[in-house]
Design a protein around this ligand. Structure first.
Ligand code: HEM
Length: 408
């Protein structure tokens, strides 16, 4: 994974507050065989509640890093001071439009959020459940029929997540492989592939919007082009910003969660057998794995100067709330580095807090639980294939690749 060189630390940051750690190239964060980047991130709990981390974004910016879960909640619940307005996707193309609703602040944010909420409500997710299960069964049966080993990410996790997403958009999966390729290039490509993938995705979204405007059907894009905020139809940039966000939000995150879960179970045969024997435990176990192996680092931008737990945050500074750090906070979770699949009262932050709390969390949870249920039903005791090693990495969204499981 490519990152740019770290930019100089601003003068207002006291030298004693600079930490050596970041989520891109600190130990455990670069692509590492058999790594555990979430456990590697937990080392920050040996240090102060806030520090400045140079080079903590893909484009080499420094950020303040908030380590305690309760302080992260303060940041995430105060969008007036800590704004989400960044245009990360567009800036990779030298443009400046927000992904919606992710990069809007209240009150604008709320208008779009209430428009989109019903589309991913628990009820809507229930209606998708049969399709989700059928897809999991189809992919896993195919894997089981093909032999006693597979690459979980390419054979299951990605095609599964992309298929559900296409279904949600109301599209057939003729172009599934193409979509998986775009998502991969966008999230993990080099400095040439990423903007190219971004342009392809934008062209796809714009084209789909144009088609549905001409001839609406019963699908997400038709809904979007007919929707109104403030008594007017959404404009082209708003439709693009929303379409692009849904494209990027639901693919990699769900696939990575399934990958980290199966990676954990492959190495912990007792936990694997427990869930196989008592599948009713999977719902709770999936929450614990979301706590221990979350994947998203959130970034906010300070809108004014503020003193935060002794740190002089200045207007324009980036502030990082990494879910993998909050979820290993010993003040919040007893023995945070122990994975306890029966852990209750699991107030983890894998799906964030505050106004931007993940819109797709109900769908994501269903996909993960159904994926694990069907996997454990159909694949006998599995382990990491001898002579292979999954590659894990940190970043804005943590990931895992080359997860080759074996059940021979
Ligand atoms: C395990 C899977 C997932 C994880 C860990 C995850 C995590 C997150 C997190 C941490 C945020 C907050 C980001 C921020 O505030 O900067 C977020 C927002 C969002 N997620 Fe997810 N997500 C997942 C799956 C999905 C899926 C499947 C969808 C859609 C189908 C989705 C749609 C969204 C949207 C639209 C937002 C923006 C919400 C807003 O700004 O109000 N996510 N997600």
């Amino acid at each position: 994974m490519e990152t740019m060189a770290a930019r100089p630390v601003p003068d207002h940051v006291p030298p004693h507050m600079i930490g050596a750690f970041n989520l891109f190239d600190a130990p455990g964060m670069t692509p590492t065989p058999h790594g555990d980047p979430q456990a590697a991130a937990a080392v920050v709990h040996d240090g102060p509640p806030i520090f400045y981390s140079p080079g903590n974004t893909r484009d080499g910016r420094g950020t303040w890093v908030i380590t305690r879960a309760k302080d992260q909640r303060r940041v995430l619940q105060d969008p007036e001071t800590f704004s989400s307005h960044r245009a990360i996707f567009a800036s990779a193309l030298g443009e400046d439009w927000p992904m919606i609703p992710l990069e809007l602040d209240p009150p604008e944010h709320g208008k779009f959020r209430s428009l989109l909420n019903p589309l991913l409500s628990p009820k809507r997710v229930m209606a998708l459940e049969t399709a989700v299960r059928e897809r999991a069964v189809f992919l896993i049966d195919r894997i089981a029929a093909a032999g006693t080993s597979c690459d979980v990410m390419t054979d299951f996790a990605f095609p599964f997540a992309v298929n559900i997403f296409l279904r949600f958009l109301g599209l057939s999966d003729d172009r599934l492989d193409e979509f998986v390729g775009w998502a991969n290039d966008l999230l993990h490509g080099d400095n040439r592939q990423r903007p190219a993938a971004a342009r392809t995705i934008i062209a796809f979204i714009d084209d789909l919007a144009a088609q549905r405007r001409k001839a609406p059907v019963d699908d997400f894009m038709s809904f979007l082009v007919q929707s109104k905020v403030d008594d007017r139809l959404l404009n082209d940039m708003e439709i693009r910003g929303t379409g692009v966000l849904l494209f990027v939000a639901g693919l990699d995150t769900v696939a990575a969660a399934i990958g980290f879960d199966l990676n954990y179970l492959a190495r912990h045969p007792q936990d694997q057998e427990l869930l196989r024997r008592e599948p009713s435990r999977i719902v709770l176990a999936a929450e614990e794995m979301l706590r221990a192996y979350p994947t998203v680092q959130m970034i906010r931008v300070a809108t004014k100067d503020i003193d935060f737990e002794g740190a002089p945050i200045r207007k324009g500074d980036y502030v990082s709330c990494a879910t993998m750090i909050a979820n290993r906070d010993p003040e919040e979770f007893p023995e945070p580095n122990r994975i306890d699949l029966g852990r209750e009262d699991n107030r983890h932050t894998a799906f964030a807090y505050g106004p931007h709390r993940c819109l797709g969390s109900h769908l994501a949870r269903r996909e993960i639980v159904v994926g694990l249920e069907e996997w454990l039903k159909r694949i006998p005791t599995f382990r990491i294939k001898e002579g292979t090693a999954p590659i894990t990495y940190g970043g804005h969204v943590f990931g895992i690749e080359n997860l080759i499981l074996d059940w021979s």
